[in-house]
Design a protein around this ligand. Structure first.
Ligand code: PLP
Length: 399
């Protein structure tokens, strides 16, 4: 029996290993030059002024909530078709996470639903680019900004991707419709630092504050000191001096991780192109199957710009007279892993209990969830393995 193809997998080469080893032999394992280098290279790559690297995208989302001072009494609306962290970050700061339904084509927030169900206490929208396909960011930003709310883009799936708007191409992290953008470098994502995340913004104050909150809220820049002298027993503010100006965290990322991130960044285009090629091969193989829906793009113009993280199909399980569990087991018997991404977040026990959400709140995503299945997608899949996935899917209906 051949080994199981997982639904996602990191891509590590010898240059990554060399980059990490170099740090291990250097003076700094953390808070050193590799962090700055990764941040500035990443900011340049996506076209943003500031990038703050942290130890996860969950931390980056939390910092996004903190620097924009979201909190109790504020509603933060996100997509139910996401990993739980997109919504949890709002709960971390005491804001109310809420969910708005997806559109059935892109599986992303539907701007018309967002606008129709808008509530006056909504202060931010967390727009998630599911599978890597960008949300309709200009439409979402228009709705949010007109009502005085912020737009935080959860681009954890979409690093290296972008979209067309009015004849111009824009990168995720570098377009004007998101106030802050978050990326993840978990191994299953398109590029990795082991664990890690990035917060990207053009706002210098937010970036400086995120850097401070990343390390306990400690300020070392004399220009930003605020304490009056008697507070610290002496008027001397010598080289030892620092201030903790607000309550922060240890969300620091290491130089080891950032060296890996920088090395991965060198190959980002190659990796994104390879993922796109695999998606085209799957699409070509599956497009005529009546009981299966391949991923659709909202605007055809975007298809060349999408950085695909997931390949999610929808299966009409009734039509093939099998349950999803049976389908997953059959695929597995043929060496093909699969995963359900995602269980709608508003249906998680925590969200039902804490906010009284339940079935029927977002009918489109609930229908999507009933049929969704993600197949293996990662750059090191070879032609034989791609063939194995395709054959295993064809065989599901007894072909
Ligand atoms: C992976 C992921 C996160 C969380 O990323 P971590 O780096 O694991 O904290 C958040 N949102 C989405 C959409 C993700 O896929």
């Amino acid at each position: 029996m051949t080994t199981l193809l997982p639904y996602g997998r990191q891509h590590i080469d010898e240059s990554d290993i060399a980059a990490v080893c170099e740090v291990l032999r250097s003076d700094f394992l953390t808070c050193g030059p590799k962090v700055d280098e990764f941040e500035s290279r990443f900011a340049k790559r996506v076209g943003a002024r500031h990038a703050v690297a942290v130890n996860s995208a969950t931390a980056a989302l939390h910092l996004a909530m903190r620097v924009t001072e979201l909190g109790p009494g504020d509603r933060v609306v996100t997509s139910p078709n996401t990993f739980v962290a997109s919504a949890n970050a709002a709960a971390f700061v005491g804001a109310t996470p809420d969910f708005s339904d997806i559109d059935p084509i892109s599986y992303n927030l539907d701007p018309s639903v967002l606008s129709r169900n808008w509530q006056s206490d909504t202060k931010a929208v967390v727009a998630v680019d599911y599978a890597g396909q960008p949300c309709d960011m200009p439409a979402i930003a228009r709705i949010a900004h007109e009502r005085g709310a912020l737009v935080i883009e959860d681009a954890c799936h979409g690093v290296g991707g972008g979209f067309m708007h009015e004849g111009r191409s824009w990168k995720l992290g570098g377009h004007p419709w998101a106030d802050l953008t978050v990326f993840s470098f978990h191994p299953v994502k398109t590029m990795t630092t082991g664990e890690g995340g990035m917060l990207v913004t053009n706002n210098a104050e937010w970036a400086a504050r995120a850097r401070r909150l990343r390390s306990h809220g400690i300020e070392r820049d004399p220009a930003r000191f605020t304490a009056s002298d008697p507070c610290f027993l002496t008027s001397e503010k010598g080289p030892w001096y620092y201030e903790m100006s607000e309550l922060g965290y240890n969300y620091r990322i290491t130089d080891i991780q950032c060296a890996l991130g920088s090395s991965q960044l060198n190959r980002l285009d190659t990796v994104v192109n390879r993922r796109r090629e695999i998606v085209s091969q799957y699409n070509a193989a599956f497009c005529d199957i009546s009981w299966l829906t391949i991923p659709a793009v909202r605007k055809q113009a975007d298809s060349e710009q999408i950085s695909w993280h997931l390949y999610t199909i929808q299966i009409d399980f009734e039509a093939i007279d099998k349950t999803r569990t049976q389908v997953m087991l059959e695929l597995r018997e043929n060496g093909v892993g699969s995963q359900v991404l995602y269980i709608p977040v508003h249906l998680q026990p925590f969200y039902r209990r804490a906010y009284d959400y339940g079935v029927g709140k977002c009918p489109v995503v609930e229908e999507f969830y009933r049929r969704a299945l993600s197949l293996p997608l990662y750059p090191s899949l070879n032609e034989m393995e791609i063939g194995r996935v395709i054959n295993a899917v064809w065989r599901l209906a007894g072909r």
